[in-house]
Design a protein around this ligand. Structure first.
Ligand code: CP
Ligand code: NVA
Length: 301
C-alpha cells in the first residue's frame, strides 16, 4: 500500500518523481479550461473520499478539481457528518470506507488519527494536514521554488515565525531535497523536539535572513491552537513579521512563500505578500498539480 503520510516517509527518488510528474502534467494542460479532463483519464472509475475535520479552501478545492481533471469522482465529507465524531473508531471507519472508495485524503487534528486510518485502510491514505505536518503543501512549495529559481538543493530557506506543522514538513523536506533550513522565532514556539538536526536556529530575524534564497512564514495561530493563546502568540511573534525590511536583508532574488490563509499585516505585510518576490498564488496553484501527481503515485496509475 502506497500511502502519502509525510515527506520523511516517502523515498527521495519518489518525491523527485512526483515533482517532475506534476510539472509535466501542469505543462500538458496549460491554457485549457480548469474543468477539462486530462487526455489519459488516469483516475477513470476511481472514487476518492476527501475527509475534513478542519476548515479548508485550498486543500478541499484543489483535491476535488484534481480528481475530476483525472477523470475520477470525489466525495467530500466533513468530520462532523461521519460517525467518527460520534464514537466509531478510526480503524472501523477506515475498513468501511475502503469497501467504498479507492483513495482517502484526510485533514484531521491528531496525527494518530491519520496513522490509524493508514494502518487499517486497505486503500492508500493521503495526509491533508494534521496538527503535526502538512506534506502536500511543502511538495507544492518545492515545485514552486524550482519553477522560479531552479534547483533548491544547496539553497538557504528561512522560516520566520511559529515552529508549527507547516514548518515540520519543511524540516522533513530539507533533508530529502538537500537544502539548508533556518528557523527564526521565539523560543516558546520552537519546533517539535523530534525535528532537531534537520534545521538550525538563529533567534535574530535580521541575522537569520542573511543570504536567504527563500523566506517563509505562516499564521501565528493555527487551527489546532486555542483562541485563548492568540494574544500571547501575537506578542511573542510580532518581531518575526515578514516585512520589507526583512525581505531586504535576504538575497535580492529571494522568494517569499506563505501557504495561506494569511492574516495580512500580522505574520507578513501586504507589501510583501503582493510584492514582486511573492509566489503565494503559484504555491496555491501548484497544490493542484502536485497532489494530482501524489494521487497517481499512491494509486500506481
Ligand atoms: N494551505 C492550505 O492548506 O490551505 P487550506 O487550509 O485552505 O486548505
Ligand atoms: N498552520 C496552519 C496551516 C493552515 C493551512 C494551520 O494548521 O492552521
Amino acid at each position: 500500500m502506497t500511502h502519502f503520510l509525510d515527506i520523511d516517509q516517502t523515498p527521495q527518488s519518489q518525491l523527485r518523481h512526483i515533482i517532475s510528474h506534476a510539472q509535466e502534467m501542469k505543462t500538458a494542460r496549460a491554457g485549457q479550461p480548469k474543468g477539462a479532463i486530462d487526455h489519459d483519464r488516469p483516475l477513470a472509475g476511481h472514487m476518492v473520499a476527501l475527509i475534513f475535520e478542519k476548515p479548508s479552501t485550498r486543500t478541499r478545492v484543489s483535491f476535488d478539481v484534481g480528481v475530476r481533471q483525472m477523470g475520477g469522482e470525489t466525495m467530500v465529507i466533513s468530520g462532523t457528518d461521519m460517525q467518527l465524531g460520534h464514537g466509531e473508531t478510526i480503524a472501523d471507519t477506515a475498513r468501511v470506507l475502503s469497501r467504498y472508495v479507492d483513495l482517502i485524503m484526510i485533514r484531521t487534528f491528531e496525527e494518530q488519527t491519520l496513522l490509524d486510518m493508514a494502518e487499517y485502510a486497505t486503500v492508500p491514505v493521503i495526509n491533508g494536514l494534521t496538527n503535526r505536518t502538512h506534506p502536500c503543501q511543502i511538495m507544492a512549495d518545492i515545485m514552486t521554488f524550482e519553477e522560479h529559481n531552479g534547483p533548491i538543493a544547496g539553497k538557504k530557506v528561512v522560516w520566520s515565525g511559529d515552529g508549527n506543522n507547516v514548518f515540520a514538513s519543511f524540516a522533513h523536506a530539507a533533508k530529502q531535497f538537500d537544502f539548508d533550513l533556518v528557523f527564526t522565532g521565539p523560543e516558546p514556539l520552537d519546533p517539535e523536539p523530534d525535528l532537531k538536526g534537520l534545521y538550525t536556529t538563529v533567534r535574530d530575524p535580521m541575522q537569520a535572513v542573511q543570504g536567504a534564497d527563500l523566506i517563509v512564514t505562516d499564521t501565528w495561530v493555527s487551527m489546532h491552537d486555542p483562541q485563548s493563546a492568540r494574544e500571547r502568540r501575537h506578542n511573542q511573534l510580532r518581531g518575526y513579521q515578514v516585512n520589507d525590511a526583512l525581505m531586504a536583508g535576504a538575497n535580492p532574488d529571494a522568494l517569499f512563500m506563505h501557504c495561506l490563509p494569511a492574516h495580512r499585516d500580522d505574520e507578513a505585510t501586504s507589501s510583501v505578500m503582493d510584492g514582486p518576490q511573492s509566489v503565494i498564488f503559484d504555491e496555491a496553484e501548484n497544490r493542484l498539480h502536485v497532489q494530482k501527481a501524489i494521487m497517481r503515485h499512491c494509486l500506481g496509475v
